[in-house]
Ligand binder design. Structure first.
Ligand SMILES: Cc1cc2nc3c(=O)[nH]c(=O)nc-3n(C[C@H](O)[C@H](O)[C@H](O)COP(=O)(O)O)c2cc1C
Length: 250
C-alpha cells in the first residue's frame, strides 16, 4: 500500500488482529474425532515462515505430525515424565499430557543451536565469548518463539484452540523424540504445538493488566517484586492462573 493512502486512524485490521490475539486460548484436551485438513497445517506453517529472526537466520524446522501412532508414542513419553515429576516432588502443577494424543493438529518445533554462529560471537572460548554466546542463544530462542507464536496466531485465526508444550528440554526427552521423527542429532526439539477444536469449552486465563506490565520512560519501582514475593506467587497463585478462568482466580 502506498504511504500516502495509509490511514493510521483506521482500526479495522488492528481490531481483527486483536480478536485473534485475545481468542488464542490454550486447551489441553481436544476433540479427537476432528480431522485436520492438511492445508491448515500448511497455512499455519506458512505464518511461521514469515516470522522475524536474528540475522534473518530462520533457525527453525517444523515437523507436521499426522501419524496417530507417532502422536501416541510422543504422548507416552510425556506421561512417563509426568510420573517422574510427581516422584521428584517438583510441586509444579503438571498438566495431564494424555491430551496430546487427542490433538488433531500436531507440529514439532525444532532448532539447530549451531545457528548461534550467525549471531555476534567471538568463538575464542574467552569469558567475553561466553557472554556473547549466552546472548546468541537468547537470540536463537526468541527467533524460534517468534515463528511459533505466528503459527499459534494463525491456528487461532482458523478458529482452533492451541497448546504450546515445552516440557521437553531435557536430554532424555530429546533422546526419546528425535529417533521417532528422524531428527538429526545436531538439532534440538524445542516445543510441540497442538491445535484443533477443544474437547470442552475453553476459557480465558487471567492476564496482568497493562498498568501492571508497563511504564513510560522509566521502570516504576512499585513493579519490582522481591524474591520472596515471587516465591509466594509461585506457591499461592501459579496453579490458579494456569488452570482457572480469569473470572475465578481469587
Ligand atoms: C514458552 C511457553 C511454554 C509453555 N509450556 C507449556 C508446557 O510445557 N505445558 C503446558 O501444558 N503448557 C505450556 N504452555 C502454555 C501455558 O501454560 C499457557 O499459555 C498459559 O497458561 C496461559 O494460557 P493461555 O495460553 O490460554 O493464555 C507454555 C506456553 C509458552 C508461551
Amino acid at each position: 500500500m502506498a504511504e500516502a493512502t495509509r490511514d493510521f486512524t483506521d482500526r479495522t485490521r488492528y481490531d481483527a488482529l486483536m480478536d485473534v490475539v485475545k481468542k488464542r486460548l490454550t486447551t489441553r484436551a481436544f476433540d479427537p474425532s476432528y480431522v485436520m485438513p492438511s492445508e491448515h497445517y500448511d497455512m499455519i506453517m506458512e505464518a511461521a515462515r514469515h516470522a522475524p529472526s536474528g540475522a534473518n537466520a530462520q533457525p527453525w524446522h517444523f515437523i507436521a505430525v499426522t501419524d496417530q501412532d507417532l502422536k501416541n508414542k510422543i504422548t507416552e513419553y510425556f506421561r512417563e515424565e509426568q510420573v517422574r515429576r510427581a516422584r521428584l516432588k517438583m510441586k509444579f502443577p503438571t498438566p495431564d499430557y494424555r491430551g496430546l494424543a487427542s490433538a488433531p493438529g500436531f507440529i514439532v518445533v525444532a532448532s539447530d543451536f549451531r545457528w548461534v554462529k550467525a549471531f555476534p560471537i567471538l568463538n575464542d572460548g574467552s569469558e567475553l565469548d561466553k557472554m556473547y554466546k549466552e546472548n546468541a542463544e537468547r537470540i536463537l530462542l526468541q527467533s524460534v518463539a517468534a515463528a511459533t507464536m505466528s503459527a499459534h496466531l494463525a491456528a487461532a485465526a482458523l478458529g482452533y484452540n492451541v497448546w504450546w508444550v515445552t516440557a521437553i528440554g531435557q536430554e532424555k526427552a530429546q533422546r526419546a523424540m528425535k529417533p521417532l521423527l528422524g531428527i538429526p542429532e545436531e538439532l534440538s526439539v524445542l516445543d510441540i504445538m497442538c491445535f484443533g477444536p477443544p474437547a470442552k469449552p475453553p476459557y480465558k486465563r487471567w492476564k496482568k493488566s497493562l498498568a501492571d506490565i508497563s511504564n513510560w520512560n522509566r521502570f516504576d519501582g512499585s513493579h519490582f517484586m522481591t524474591e520472596a514475593q515471587i516465591d509466594d506467587w509461585v506457591s499461592t497463585t501459579r496453579h490458579k492462573v494456569m488452570y482457572r478462568d480469569a473470572e475465578n482466580v481469587d
